[in-house]
Design a binder for this molecule. Structure first.
Ligand code: NAP
Length: 467
């Protein structure tokens, strides 16, 4: 959406068609931002206005690149194509038992579950895995979150926050019901390196450390700093402030809630899961190995100390970074160009120069008229707003390229004919306005800002009924 705004500003009289695989737009903001961070979602007001009120912007929802339309067909139909598909996978730990136990989930799937991503709704394997895990130790479940980034904090916060406090957010009802019926007792957030290397932001950390009803446990040993860590903190203000937040919280006592604490947040640094185990695919334990830090300031690495412990665990959320996947082209490609999208397997991005797609990971040559932005361009880092500057860079590159080599007129007049032939039910801006209205109404009935349609079929049925 930032690229759409940049395109309309940069190219006078340009028309922009926006393709989205789900009926609802706004990807990461809708399916990635935590429900209790409503202010982060305010940016969708501007996006919504752009998508629904401008004559020069058209929405093609429920159209998936690769499944409904090929890259070559888009390339044949437009002067330029900008890919902004983000990351659809997550990194793995690569330890024994990770893939064999349903209770070991990617944080991406868990976040998608409570945020109503159609692939992780109440009928999904993700839902079944969370219910099974939390039910197996009803009221006494220990959840391990592996990784100490902001996604890990989002997961821990949603698990530890009182269900009543979540009830007024846009968290999906199927997730709220599970968290209400099977509250967790303890969450451990586990970092392989030390407190000075944690990547979460101080603001997010403070919010987690100050949750009502939550006892915060962190060892003195984990808060201790070696001279190399001190040197790192001296150079890094956010990390210094995060360390200070821990110290302050510890000084205030483990339970800071006046009415007591029934839930526990364990923060563990210098630890890595070495294996997961249980019976019949149900997770019940995690083998945790202790680490030591080695290396100079700025290059601190963790190595195994050899000490291990067994930790009873009902659910383990792997929050060690998202990961872009190559876009699968399953549609029968009817394009003239039969364009294939290069993918850099090592860095898990589409190789590019300032957003212009390179012909391969080891070439500086670029494919004319094809661009990339967001996490697919630079990897899964930065906050929502980082994508604004990222998109501006890509569109500026496009403008510079077009100034040197104006693009030829497209050989095809759009993809409508192809989509119609393939029986794709395109969700137009007017349809999205209906979905948005219905979601807000469903939410208002429950005292929430919005109750999302979780399945694509339900969203389509709802708009077809209201036509
Ligand atoms: P992240 O910040 O890159 O954190 C990934 C974490 O995983 C790091 O602690 C990393 O530790 C750890 N890790 C990686 N490989 C590991 C392994 N094999 N074993 C154990 N730990 C491992 O990523 P993220 O949390 O997924 O967030 C993605 C981006 O979205 C970030 O830029 C984040 O700030 C942003 N975000 C922002 C917000 C917000 O502002 N509220 C919310 C959510 C996400 P090492 O440092 O040791 O590699």
């Amino acid at each position: 959406m930032y690229a759409v705004l940049a395109l309309t500003k940069t190219f006078d009289g340009a028309k922009v068609d926006v393709f989205e695989r789900y009926p609802a737009p706004f990807g990461l903001v809708r399916y990635g931002v935590a429900p209790d961070h409503a202010e982060t979602k305010l940016v969708t007001n501007k996006f919504h206005e752009t998508l629904t009120t401008r004559d020069d912007v058209a929405f093609y929802g429920n159209v998936q690149l690769g499944r409904d339309v090929s890259l070559g067909e888009l390339y044949d139909s437009y002067h330029g194509v900008v890919l902004a598909c983000g990351t659809s996978g997550d990194r793995r730990l690569e330890v024994p038992g990770e893939g064999e136990h349903r209770g070991v989930l990617g944080a991406r799937e868990f976040v998608a579950w409570f945020n109503g991503d159609p692939e992780h709704g109440p009928q999904s394997a993700t839902h079944a895995a969370v219910v099974e895990a939390l039910r197996s130790r009803d009221g006494d479940a220990h959840v391990a979150v592996i990784g100490v980034g902001n996604v890990a904090i989002d997961c821990a916060r949603v698990l530890l926050r009182d269900a009543d406090a979540l009830a007024g957010t846009d968290i999906c009802e199927h997730a709220l019901e599970v968290l209400r019926a099977h509250p967790v007792r303890a969450v451990s957030v586990i970092g392989r390196r030390g407190v000075a290397q944690a990547s979460f932001s101080p603001k997010e950390l403070r919010e987690l450390l100050n949750l009502r009803n939550v006892r915060v446990v962190i060892s003195d040993e984990n808060l201790a700093l070696e001279p190399e860590d001190e040197a790192e903190l001296a150079e890094n203000r956010p990390r210094r402030r995060a360390h200070e937040a821990f110290v302050k919280r510890k000084t205030a006592g483990e339970c800071a809630s006046e009415d007591g604490c029934t839930k526990i947040l364990n923060v563990r640094f210098l630890a890595s899961p070495l294996a997961f185990g249980g019976e019949n695919g149900v997770l019940s334990w995690m083998k945790l190995g202790r680490n030591e830090l080695v290396g100079a300031a700025g290059a601190r690495k963790s190595i195994a100390s050899g000490e291990t412990e067994m930790v009873p665990t009902a659910l383990a959320l792997r929050s060690v970074g998202y990961r872009a996947e190559p876009i699968q082209m399953t549609v029968k490609d009817e394009s003239l160009t039969q364009l294939r999208l290069p993918f850099d397997e090592k860095n898990r991005v589409v190789p590019n120069a300032y957003g212009a797609v390179a012909v391969s990971a080891d070439s500086a040559d670029t494919i004319p008229r094809l661009y990339v932005t967001g996490w697919l361009k630079r990897g899964p880092t930065g906050i929502i707003g980082t994508n604004l500057t990222c998109a501006d860079e890509t569109i500026a590159k496009m403008a510079a390229d077009f100034a040197v080599a104006p693009p030829p007129d497209p050989v095809e007049d759009g993809v409508d004919r192809l989509l119609e032939k393939r029986g794709v039910r395109v969700v137009r801006a007017a349809d999205w306005i209906q979905i948005d209205r219905l979601e807000r109404e469903r939410g208002a009935a429950r005292g929430k800002p919005r109750e999302k349609f979780v399945s694509t079929a339900d969203a389509l049925k709802a708009i077809d009924r209201s036509l």
